[in-house]
Design a protein around this ligand. Structure first.
Ligand code: SF4
Length: 286
């Protein structure tokens, strides 16, 4: 049986940078807080936890004083930085540069008045950490939409600046864009396709990879947005695709009559985890 790993799967540069920063800090001090999971991958979170990285939620963060806290690639709203300043918290900011730029653009649009204030609309998942960071740039006033039915939250007689969470899908963005433009006929609509190409550029590649193999093992954390999206693409290309968190979820029954297995994953899946799954499958002796 042939087992191949997709060479384009594994961390995107934003996640890689955040993980490297955490490792560097842990080497120096042996312990560090991280605000939220550093990456939506349980195995990687556990690995870093063993090195001294303690994951905390926002409730815990807002009780800290005189500590060092890592901000992950998703970024944070201004309130996180303001609290740090007031409470002598040193922030190790690993926000992805692409997310930082998006936050900056949203803040500028929110402050724009032409002649009325611009409504910032974000295509994103409500409650997602990156989305929270984005709406924080607008004092919580940005409108988050994920489905067509939610467009009724928008006032179509006022100027609109439309953005996307970096890991959302391009097709969904374009469907909403078309409908917003239609309903806002005559009103200014500024469309900002801010979907990160680190995710969307992987779609054609992962589809090609999925059709080349009889069985696809897609490795990802269950909370990963891009994991869900890329897995859907695998399934569309190859219905014999399985979503797993790690090699312990591999089921022997999947390999009956299978000659070729492809292992791939999300932008939050460490390469090491893909290799572990591949070695495990090779060791099954099917
Ligand atoms: S997916 Fe793109 S925006 Fe998000 S962390 Fe990775 S490189 Fe940055």
């Amino acid at each position: 049986m042939i087992v191949a790993i997709d060479k384009n799967s594994g961390f995107c540069f934003g996640v890689e940078k955040a993980v490297k920063k955490a490792e560097e800090m842990l080497q120096q001090s042996g312990s560090l807080y991280c605000l939220g999971d550093i990456v939506h991958n349980e195995t990687e979170v556990e690995r870093l936890d063993k090195l001294g990285l303690t994951t905390i939620d926002h409730d815990r963060y807002f009780t800290l004083h005189d500590e060092t806290v890592l901000i992950r690639a998703h970024g944070e709203p201004p309130s996180t930085y303001e609290y740090a300043e007031r409470n002598n918290i040193k922030l190790v900011d690993a926000t992805c540069p692409i997310v930082l730029k998006l936050q900056d653009r949203i803040r500028k649009d929110y402050l724009t008045i032409i002649p009325e204030p611009v409504q910032v609309v974000v295509y994103g998942k409500p409650g997602h950490a990156e989305v929270n960071g984005l709406i924080g740039q607008t004092d919580g006033n940005a409108i988050v939409v994920e489905h067509l039915a939610e467009l009724e939250k928008i006032n179509f007689s006022k100027p609109i600046a439309f953005y996307a969470q970096t890991t959302k899908d391009l097709v969904g963005f374009q469907v909403l864009e078309k409908e917003i433009k239609k309903r806002a006929a005559g009103t200014m609509v500024e469309v900002n396709d801010t979907i990160c190409r680190q995710v969307s550029n992987r779609i054609p590649g992962i589809r090609d990879f999925a059709v080349k193999h009889e069985l696809i093992l897609f490795v990802s954390g269950k909370k990963s947005s891009n994991g869900k999206l890329l897995f859907e693409m695998c399934q569309e290309a190859n219905s014999n695709s399985k979503f797993i968190g790690g090699f312990d979820e591999v089921d022997l029954a999947w390999f009956k009559g299978v000659q070729s297995v492809g292992v791939c994953g999300a932008t939050s899946t460490p390469k090491k985890l893909l290799e572990d799954v591949a070695h495990h499958v090779e060791g099954l002796g099917c």
